[in-house]
Design a protein around this ligand. Structure first.
Ligand code: GLU
Length: 290
């Protein structure tokens, strides 16, 4: 078996907070326990929200925490052509289609009580799914802005019915988790401004980097259903997954800059040490590994 390979994959949209520190510590602890490697991946596909100063700040916060990474840092913004190629492969097989709808048009076309995806976004009503290839090509040639959506029904028809992934728990071993990607509807796999979405880039990169174990928060657990489907469609292996508890603020909400959660930089400026943070996180996570 190959050496276990984990990754910590923050998006440089803001400073790191305690939730990131927990995830990074847990990744490092599990990598060590498995005798594996841990890589840093910067998920900077968003051309507006990703800022170079934030990437430098992330690297400095992680160094301060004492997290050791192996190998080069992967920056997703440097691999856009690879994601575009994966998108095009899906489109060429009729599994993805361009969607020219604005948010308003999607709202207007939606049924009265549309099904929602796990993030609470109503399923796409399917307006552009039936455009003829000639019309879609002409609209793209005219420069009309468009996303690319997975044709969920066709995608599901391409893969054997019962799909699952292996979840691992550092304390409790492994279990098989069935997936239900249909709950995402015709998900966006490539945005208007970049030829990928979070989902496509993460699936591509986990395979390209040979990631064997993904350790990330429970907020991404439902997305794994879609990731497994994309892996099957693209002929990529599935890593094992561990979705850890989320570090919540005193009001029980997810930490976020928008809610005024302290960043690691704030805590550091207030005199916190990495050791103190580690102890605090152990308490906040209920003394559990994940
Ligand atoms: N970039 C994502 C985030 O910051 C994490 C992606 C992942 O671990 O799959 O939430």
């Amino acid at each position: 078996m190959s050496i276990p390979h984990l990754r910590f994959a923050p998006s440089p949209n803001g400073r790191l907070h305690l939730g990131h520190a927990y995830s990074a510590f847990l990744n490092a602890a599990i990598a060590e326990r498995l005798g594996g490697r841990l890589s840093l991946r910067i998920e900077d596909i968003d051309p507006v929200r990703s800022r170079p100063d934030l990437i430098a700040a992330i690297e400095s916060d992680l160094a301060w925490l004492g997290i050791a990474f192996t190998g080069p840092v992967r920056r997703q913004s440097r691999h856009l052509a690879d994601y575009a190629a994966a998108r095009d492969r899906l489109a060429a097989r009729g599994l993805a289609y361009p969607c020219f709808c604005s948010r308003g048009q999607i709202r207007a076309a939606a049924a009265a009580d549309p099904p929602c995806d796990p993030d609470g976004v109503p399923h796409y009503p399917g307006t552009c799914r039936s455009l003829s290839p000639a019309e879609a090509r002409a609209r793209i040639a005219r420069g009309e802005p468009h996303t690319w959506r997975l044709d969920m029904a066709r995608a599901l028809a391409e893969v054997p019915a019962a799909q699952a992934y292996t979840a691992f728990d550092p304390e409790d071993g492994e279990r098989t988790v069935p997936v239900d990607p249909a709950r995402w509807g015709d998900a966006v796999i490539a945005r208007r401004d970049v030829p990928t979405s979070y989902h496509l880039a993460v699936v591509h990169d986990d395979a390209a980097q040979g990631i064997t174990h993904v350790v990330r928060g429970r907020d991404l657990e439902a997305a794994t259903d879609l990731h497994v489907l994309l892996q099957r469609l693209l002929g990529l292996p599935s890593p094992r997954y561990h979705h850890h508890v989320l570090i919540l603020d005193p009001a029980g909400e997810k930490l976020a800059k928008s809610r005024g959660s302290a960043s690691l930089a704030d805590l550091r400026a207030a005199g916190a040490t990495p050791e103190a943070l580690r102890t605090r996180l152990r308490e906040m996570s209920g003394f559990r590994k994940g």
